[in-house]
Write a protein that binds this ligand. Structure first.
Ligand SMILES: *[C@@H]1O[C@H](CO)[C@@H](O)[C@H](O)[C@H]1NC(C)=O
Ligand SMILES: *[C@@H]1O[C@H](CO)[C@@H](O)[C@H](O)[C@H]1NC(C)=O
Ligand SMILES: *[C@@H]1O[C@H](CO)[C@@H](O)[C@H](O)[C@H]1NC(C)=O
Ligand SMILES: *[C@@H]1O[C@H](CO)[C@@H](O)[C@H](O)[C@H]1NC(C)=O
Ligand SMILES: *[C@@H]1O[C@H](CO)[C@@H](O)[C@H](O)[C@H]1NC(C)=O
Ligand SMILES: *[C@@H]1O[C@H](CO)[C@@H](O)[C@H](O)[C@H]1NC(C)=O
Ligand SMILES: *[C@@H]1O[C@H](CO)[C@@H](O)[C@H](O)[C@H]1NC(C)=O
Ligand SMILES: *[C@@H]1O[C@H](CO)[C@@H](O)[C@H](O)[C@H]1NC(C)=O
Ligand SMILES: *[C@@H]1O[C@H](CO)[C@@H](O)[C@H](O)[C@H]1NC(C)=O
Ligand SMILES: *[C@@H]1O[C@H](CO)[C@@H](O)[C@H](O)[C@H]1NC(C)=O
Ligand SMILES: *[C@@H]1O[C@H](CO)[C@@H](O)[C@H](O)[C@H]1NC(C)=O
Ligand SMILES: *[C@@H]1O[C@H](CO)[C@@H](O)[C@H](O)[C@H]1NC(C)=O
Length: 412
């Protein structure tokens, strides 16, 4: 959630700035063969201390006009280096590393000139400031492929935020210059699979990626029970799929995750007024809390916790009103339903049958079926509505007719 907000903020920041600036550079070796190609947009936000001790942010974009002095194609023992100089002494620089199959950025460094009186008029410390990171903004890319990413990507170092978008980047370009595009995950329409390579291009042309995606399967239905001593006091069967916005390669990606009943344990508590069903699947815990209101029960709270070592993050919705049925009955819904846990976490449920109170002999009571399941009821409703509409029209027509007739008699 925080990450999400942060991302949105940066996104807006990115979009709010000059959109048109992009630089395109090619680095060539001594025989005039291109070894590095880059075409991208970057916005920088730099936080600096002013002469009166307060901090201030300044944002600027890398311009179209840059020079690549000091860049090199490298040698067997020297990494290829891309230097991009712009403005008054600013330098964006990236070197590369590879193994037998992949290459990636090694160290990314950005040097800005705090002496520049336009960008940093009131900076306390003048001179060149270097910020360096080796958490590169692009992931390992297969050799001979161009990295492409239309979506924003953000690299944050202390005091400097760099936002990139519409990036095409290729290093270790072979003489043949024929390669594939490697599309970043944010540009792929679906979420769960690893990026695929496709469409053959030469580095300087752009083609729209057409990746194929595999939809997530429906989750299997699990049977879960809660015991009160030796007696079953809560019964549930359902298929569960979490849909979470996760940070993947620095971007928020919607990821669907099926809860596999085989690895899922159920536990919980049964009270007079509330009942809790807790499902534990590895590092994921999903809790459903049921309440009684008058003669009915309903699902009121859902809590999803993801554990990571001793660390955990929890998302909760305390204000639901779902899965309602009268006490002694079970709630049944065969169709897919959506539970909103938080802005960045949903649960898709399938084939739900649940009874948290008043079980008889540990079995489900009569099923109260959800509205969604009654497709058949919709047709009578529509027909009924149409018929009532017709009747109203006939009655109105009749009344108007009568009045006219009546008026006619009056004049005679
Ligand atoms: C490389 O290309 C430039 C112009 O594009 C030319 O001036 C130069 O002579 C070429 N060098 C070699 C070694 O071909
Ligand atoms: C510090 O300077 C900035 C402009 O350089 C100004 O906006 C800010 O109000 C100043 N703060 C104080 C406490 O003087
Ligand atoms: C500058 O921007 C960064 C990131 O957007 C933010 O965390 C920081 O608080 C900002 N600083 C000031 C002085 O506005
Ligand atoms: C930084 O800016 C100052 C002031 O404009 C300028 O004199 C200096 O040459 C710049 N530094 C570099 C490395 O360009
Ligand atoms: C990239 O440059 C940095 C210094 O800026 C250096 O420490 C690093 O080893 C270089 N990467 C490779 C793969 O040579
Ligand atoms: C890249 O291309 C070169 C020549 O075109 C080829 O020898 C090499 O095996 C390719 N590498 C990969 C990983 O495809
Ligand atoms: C991305 O960059 C390419 C090459 O500069 C440009 O032709 C294209 O219009 C850009 N696309 C977007 C969505 O900005
Ligand atoms: C997950 O949620 C996102 C955002 O609401 C939605 O676009 C996506 O289709 C959902 N995925 C699944 C499998 O429900
Ligand atoms: C729950 O109800 C039973 C019987 O109605 C009663 O004996 C018990 O004290 C109640 N428990 C609580 C915690 O209210
Ligand atoms: C959600 O579950 C976690 C782990 O069981 C727990 O620490 C947290 O307090 C619960 N949150 C709510 C609001 O119930
Ligand atoms: C826990 O999360 C951090 C990042 O938030 C990650 O680097 C680390 O590998 C995770 N640990 C486990 C055990 O998953
Ligand atoms: C409860 O179920 C068991 C077997 O499941 C059955 O033998 C028994 O007769 C049932 N009792 C009642 C009261 O329905």
């Amino acid at each position: 959630m925080d990450r999400y907000l942060c991302y949105v903020t940066l996104c807006l920041l990115g979009l709010g700035l000059l959109e048109t600036n992009a630089f395109e550079v090619e680095i060539k070796d001594s025989s005039n063969t291109t070894c590095i190609y880059a075409n991208l947009r970057i916005n920088f936000t730099v936080e600096y201390e002013t002469s009166n001790g307060t901090f201030k942010n300044v944002s600027f974009a890398a311009p179209d006009e840059v020079n690549t002095e000091g860049s090199s194609c490298g040698q067997s023992d020297v990494a290829p280096l891309l230097n991009v100089h712009f403005g008054n002494g600013n330098l964006w620089s990236l070197n590369f590393t590879k193994n037998d199959n992949e290459y990636r950025g090694s160290v990314l460094s950005f040097t800005y000139n705090a002496s520049d009186s336009v960008l940093f008029p009131d900076a306390k410390e003048k001179g060149l400031v270097i910020s360096t990171t080796n958490t590169s903004f692009f992931v390992p890319v297969p050799l001979n492929s161009s990295y492409k990413c239309l979506h924003d990507d953000t690299v944050t170092t202390p005091h400097v935020v760099q936002v990139y978008w519409n990036v095409t980047l290729k290093a270790y370009i072979d003489d043949s210059a024929i390669g594939k595009d490697f599309t970043c995950s944010a540009d792929l329409p679906s979420t769960t699979q690893s990026p695929t390579t496709h469409s053959t291009t030469i580095p300087s042309t752009t083609t729209t990626p057409q990746p194929t995606t595999k939809p997530v399967d429906k989750p299997s239905v699990g049977n879960y029970t809660v015991l009160n001593g030796t007696e079953t006091c809560l019964l549930a069967s359902m298929g569960l799929q979490l849909n979470a916005s996760l940070l993947v390669e620095g971007k928020n990606v919607w990821t669907a995750l099926n809860i596999d009943p085989i690895n899922t344990n159920s536990s919980g508590t049964c009270g007079n007024e509330t009942a809790l069903l807790r499902l534990t699947n590895g590092t994921t815990v999903v809790e459903f809390l049921f309440f009684i209101k008058e003669k009915n029960f309903h699902l009121q709270e859902v809590n999803v916790t993801l554990f990571n070592g001793s660390d955990f993050s929890s998302k909760t919705n305390l204000n639901l009103s779902l899965w309602e049925a009268s006490l002694g009955n079970s709630y049944l819904c065969r169709k897919e339903q959506l539970i909103t846990v938080s802005e960045d976490l949903y649960i898709n449920t399938f084939d739900v049958r649940v009874q948290p109170f008043n079980l008889k002999n540990g079995t489900f009571g009569t099923a109260s079926e959800c509205h969604l399941d009654d497709d058949s009821i919709l047709i009578p409703i529509i027909v009924g509505a149409a018929l009532s509409g017709l009747i109203v029209i006939i009655v109105i027509a009749y009344l108007i007719g009568r009045r006219k007739t009546y008026a006619g008699y009056q004049t005679i």
